[in-house]
Design a protein around this ligand. Structure first.
Ligand code: DQA
Length: 144
């Protein structure tokens, strides 16, 4: 069983970018933790990050038929992208939307997500620990 962990714009700067909000772990640390958790649960975790909306759409399309679930932190595209919502709507597996920060405690423009209407669950405000929690929950959702 394969799941995809997708990260959107600026998440390549994790650990350097506003660490008071996003923490000290790098994207490589986060991806390694996800793969480790997947290994413990018998799930193959594939990770990818892009700053480009169309690339994220392409990866979501490719996940059709190759992955059972998608964990997505779409970064700022969460609040703007109908294209990513449409791509997720064309994916028939489980979807978890993830935010490192508690977006609801932040600026008003971060309170609306185009992706939440499609997500099976939303994780926000658990810091980078949210990623391993999302892998655990994905395993629960996909258990036979
Ligand atoms: C984020 C929250 C978004 O509002 C922001 O644009 C990000 C990261 C988070 O992980 O908390 O880039 O998705």
């Amino acid at each position: 069983m394969t799941i995809l962990v997708l990260n959107g714009p600026n998440l390549n700067l994790l650990g350097q970018r506003q660490p008071e909000i996003y923490g000290a772990e790098t994207l490589a640390d986060v991806e390694a933790s996800c793969r480790r958790m997947g290994g413990e649960l018998g799930i193959e975790v594939r990770c990818a990050q892009s700053n480009h909306e169309g690339q994220l759409v392409d990866w979501i399309q490719e996940a059709r038929g190759t992955a059972r679930g998608i964990v997505i932190n779409a970064g700022a595209y969460t609040h703007t992208s109908v294209a990513i919502l449409d791509a997720l709507n064309a994916f028939d597996g489980k979807v978890i939307e993830l935010h490192i920060s508690n977006v609801h405690r932040r600026e008003g423009f971060r309170h609306h997500s185009y992706l939440s209407a499609r997500a099976d669950g939303v994780i926000a405000g658990f810091g980078t620990h949210g990623y391993v929690l999302s892998i655990r929950h994905m395993a629960f959702l996909l258990a036979p």
